[in-house]
Design a protein around this ligand. Structure first.
Ligand code: IPM
Ligand code: MG
Length: 351
């Protein structure tokens, strides 16, 4: 198979973990005789430094002409601590999601046997957890009208959703549930927010037409609690942009490390794959970051964009073997750990 992959390493630990994911894809290419070509593009703080724009046109064109996108992370502390910065790296990520129409962010949460004791939650709570979050990615308060009053003493972020924005991701979530345990939990704040009431209307109507899938409705505050009390109760979680952002960081704790969670962002054209962790600037350049979320994102890329199921499975198996042998980074075992590149090499050896 011949495929072009756009690689956007981004900021912080992004370049280090993405390099491992590319190494793994090259290894798969060798073993299975696929021709993957990789082309790098700029995004985030590094793109601001080099071009003044966090998502340059060149990067957009690279993404649009690629068969899939592998993305690292975005963000830099020099912007986090400056609320008046005129351009921010995160704008690059949001612009990219919008421009590529990546409206659904799919974040699977499963526990690995070898990591059951790495979670701060009790083993009996985290064992066997297997759910997936469908987070809406191009609407809500992330993209609504925002601003300040003239005297700058008040500010607003508007949360807006349309029927169609809700419908298209609802359809994806229900299709995923049909292949899983046939349950969708809609997480919202319908007791307070009008947008949430629209979500309920659209999703309930869709559910009535798909009676084979059970629909559960849950307020987000309650869901935050249920996620750590009884995460096994969830199969597919469907939610809006901001709630999904917050709940998936919370959910990552179940697996033992934020460094384990991959994600896929899909829309109508090319799809993007990225670890859910951020740029972790404190660890940048030290060769200590966990590359597994990036590697699992690469596995998801092969499965979802190229339908290479056997290849994806081998990568997942190789990651599990690395975990079983204790070939892990510091976040997972602070007493006995390897570097980012060593873990990457072990995964390639297993492949
Ligand atoms: C994520 C991140 C981003 C988000 C940030 C970096 C803008 O937290 O992908 O979850 O909030 O969507
Ligand atoms: Mg987030």
């Amino acid at each position: 198979m011949n495929k072009r992959i756009a690689v956007l390493p981004g900021d912080g630990i992004g370049p280090e973990v993405t390099a491992v994911a590319v190494q793994v894809l090259k290894k798969i290419g060798e073993v299975f005789d696929h021709q993957f070509t990789f082309e790098e593009g700029l995004v985030g703080a590094i793109a601001i430094d080099e071009t003044g724009n966090p998502f340059p046109d060149e990067t957009l064109q690279l993404c649009q002409s690629a068969d899939a996108i592998l993305f690292g992370a975005i963000g830099h502390p020099k912007y986090d601590n400056d609320p008046t910065a005129p351009v921010r790296p995160e704008q690059g990520l949001l612009a990219m999601r919008k421009a590529l129409g990546l409206y659904a962010n799919i974040r699977p949460v499963n526990t690995f046997k070898a990591l059951a004791d790495a979670s701060p939650l009790k083993r009996e709570i985290v064992e066997g957890v297997d759910f997936v979050v469908f987070r809406e990615l191009t609407g809500g308060s992330y993209f609504g009208k925002k601003g300040r009053s003239d005297d700058r003493l008040s500010a607003y972020d508007t949360c807006t959703y349309t029927h169609d924005e809700i419908y298209r991701i609802t359809k994806l979530a229900f299709e995923a549930a049909a292949k899983r345990r046939k349950k969708v939990t809609l997480v919202d704040k319908a007791n307070v927010m009008e947008t949430s009431r629209l979500w309920r209307e659209v999703v309930q109507k869709y559910a009535a037409e798909h009676p084979e899938i059970e629909l559960e409705l849950m307020f987000v505050d309650n869901a935050a609690m249920a996620l750590i009390q009884n995460p096994r109760r969830f199969d597919v979680i469907l939610t809006e942009n901001m709630f999904g952002d917050i709940l998936t960081d919370e959910a990552s704790v179940i697996t033992g490390s934020l460094g384990m969670l991959p994600s896929a962002s899909v829309g109508n054209q090319v799809a993007l794959y990225e670890p859910i962790h951020g740029s972790y600037p404190q660890a940048a350049g030290q060769n200590i970051a966990n590359p597994m979320a990036a590697v699992l994102s690469a596995a998801t890329l092969l499965e979802t964009s190229f339908n290479l199921m056997a290849e994806g499975k081998i990568i997942r198996h190789a990651v599990e073997e690395a975990l079983n042998f204790g070939y892990v980074t510091k976040d997972i075992n602070p007493d006995k750990f390897m570097s980012t590149t060593e873990v990457g090499q072990k995964i390639c050896d297993f492949i």
